[in-house]
Write a protein that binds this ligand. Structure first.
Ligand SMILES: Cc1cc2nc3c(=O)[nH]c(=O)nc-3n(C[C@H](O)[C@H](O)[C@H](O)COP(=O)(O)OP(=O)(O)OC[C@H]3O[C@@H](n4cnc5c(N)ncnc54)[C@H](O)[C@@H]3O)c2cc1C
Length: 502
């Protein structure tokens, strides 16, 4: 007989878990408190000349998803993708032209030597990183939990120590001589929150962020917008028979009788899976000790996002190559690791509201044009560090103005900017329920990364178990490997449940 699985939270992880469970002998009920699905992978609109313009409210770019999840869920039938093959472009202060981050390692070595005086071993860095990525992709697909001993068996002690156990600072200094190369290669350590590059375990975030296989570790775009991923997955799941309850608040969970009481009735479960933030299950289970334990973790986020709308396609300065229109770009305000560390830690301590670090620019509008989706306005997404947690975007207009001013140095038509939308970590808390505004729910620091990224009291046996609760699991963005529109935690967790109950 089929078992009843109740999944709470219709973000990418809840949707991926529902998909696999429903196909593997579970009857799935998906409970979502919003009146829409998608979580942080949804669209929003602005009105321009009385027309609606859609844009990605939370997540923008796809990259960490595994190709096998894209294929096996059925998403590949309905979704068109694109990723830029042109080099990424990096601007440091006072650069008149950008440094090109070529995909080809020989071209990259030449460029980094010429522009940044890099005399280290770029090739060894890429080769070793690829070994770690290869290992990660294998454990993802097998649905294995992260384990240091197994990593050492596969990768050897040197690579495991350097890339998984060690600090980002040591890793970067091991391969590179130029501070600019170290900054560029290491920036993802603070992708979601103010992790210190000196802390053990932070090296791991670097290969982690490149461990998607949908674009071979690169990042790209979804035709229409990234929200098509959650929208289409919901349609696929409904066809499979997943019952989705929207606008549904859970009032009580009876773990003895395995019953959930919600606004519109009750539902029995054999297994219960949370694809929410990690604190919500404790609140719903009325587990004060559990909540206290989780609240003491390092949860803070420091990333924000400005979406900039332009009346005409953005014209980049020094854009000799038309192909680079859809390249990812990076504007750094820091020039060495010490400055990088100082600006990320300053906001952590709430010393300042905003400390310039770096801006990742996703050319959403140009990418849509490449896919034949010509929209009324051009869009740039400016994913930016480092904000403190205590202010909404309304209180930080000076930070938004600074971000636009940094951008304006590199484009010729800033006068075409007609609208901006801005989110700070506090806005992420209010709009997406991220406990402290962190897109990974917990900072990727040493006791919260790789094999420590679990909420289970029994991680050896049951990595995705929630605290001590038998048959209750957590697979949201706070669990291994991390957040992102990938659904990897949802997949590994459901795979382990399917194995357990087979
Ligand atoms: C501004 C921003 C930019 C980002 N950029 C990118 C990007 O470009 N690329 C990328 O890959 N990732 C990006 N991310 C991260 C990515 O969006 C998230 O990691 C991912 O969407 C998380 O998915 P999830 O399913 O774990 O959780 P969520 O998407 O947060 O979904 C959780 C769901 O649970 C529901 N829920 C919560 N509490 C309850 C309850 N009590 N009862 C019922 N339902 C409940 C919520 O309403 C929500 O629908 C970004 C995130 C943000 C906010």
């Amino acid at each position: 007989m089929k078992k009843n699985a109740v999944v709470v939270g219709a973000g990418i992880n809840g949707l991926v878990a529902s998909n696999y469970l429903q196909k593997n002998n579970f009857d799935v009920t998906l409970i979502e408190k919003n009146n829409y699905i998608g979580g942080a992978c949804i669209k929003d609109t602005i009105e321009y000349n009385k027309e609606k313009i859609f844009y990605p409210k939370g997540a923008t770019v796809l990259g960490m998803m595994q190709k096998f999840i894209f294929d096996q869920t059925g998403l590949k039938k309905n979704i068109e993708l694109f990723y830029p093959k042109s080099p990424k472009l990096v601007y440091f202060p006072n650069d008149t032209e950008p440094t090109k981050i070529y995909q080809n390692v020989e071209d990259l070595k030449r460029e980094l030597k010429e522009k940044w005086n890099e005399y280290g071993d770029v090739e060894a860095f890429r080769n070793d990183e690829n070994k770690v990525i290869n290992y990660l992709q294998k454990i993802y697909e097998k649905g294995e939990s992260p384990c240091l001993e197994k990593a050492k068996d596969f990768l050897g002690k040197r690579i495991t120590d350097l890339w998984i156990i060690g600090s980002a600072y040591n890793l970067l200094n091991n391969y590179f001589t130029s501070e600019k190369t170290k900054l560029y290669m290491g920036m993802t350590v603070t992708e979601s929150g103010p992790a210190s590059i000196f802390e053990d375990g932070t090296a791991f975030t670097i290969p982690l962020m490149d461990s998607g296989s949908i674009f071979h570790g690169y990042w790209g775009f979804v035709k229409g917008g990234i929200w098509e991923i959650t929208k289409q997955l919901d349609l696929i799941n409904n066809e499979l028979g997943v019952k989705t309850l929207l606008s549904t608040n859970i009032n009580k969970i009876d773990t003895f009788n395995k019953k959930i009481y919600h606004d519109n009735g009750e539902v029995d479960y054999d297994i219960l899976i949370f694809g929410t933030d990690p604190l919500t299950p404790s609140k719903l289970l009325d587990d004060k000790n559990g909540l206290k334990k989780l609240e003491s973790k390092d949860l803070i986020g420091s990333s924000g996002k400005v979406t900039a709308f332009f009346k005409n396609p953005v014209r980049w300065k020094n854009a000799s190559d038309k192909d680079c229109e859809s390249s990812f770009r990076f504007i750094f305000s820091n020039t060495n690791l010490d400055e990088f560390e100082k600006s990320s830690q300053e906001t952590k301590k709430n010393n300042v509201d905003y400390s310039e670090g770096y801006i990742q620019i996703y050319p959403e509008g140009a990418a849509q044009r490449k896919m034949g989706n010509n929209e009324k306005l051009d869009k740039l997404i400016l994913f930016t560090k480092n904000f403190s947690f205590d202010k909404n975007s309304n209180d930080l207009s000076h930070a938004r103005d600074k971000i636009i001013s940094l951008l304006s140095k590199h484009i010729d038509n800033i006068e075409d900017l007609c609208e901006t939308k801005f989110l700070t970590p506090k806005d992420l808390n209010e709009q997406f329920y991220f406990p402290k505004g962190n897109i990974d729910h917990m900072t990727l620091t040493h006791n919260q990364n790789f094999n420590k990224r679990t909420f289970s009291n029994n991680p050896q046996e049951n990595f995705y178990q929630y605290l001590h609760y038998q048959d209750i699991y957590y697979c949201g963005a706070g669990s291994f490997p991390c957040g992102s529109v990938a659904g990897t935690p949802g997949y590994i967790c459901s795979k382990q449940i399917i194995r357990k109950y087979a």
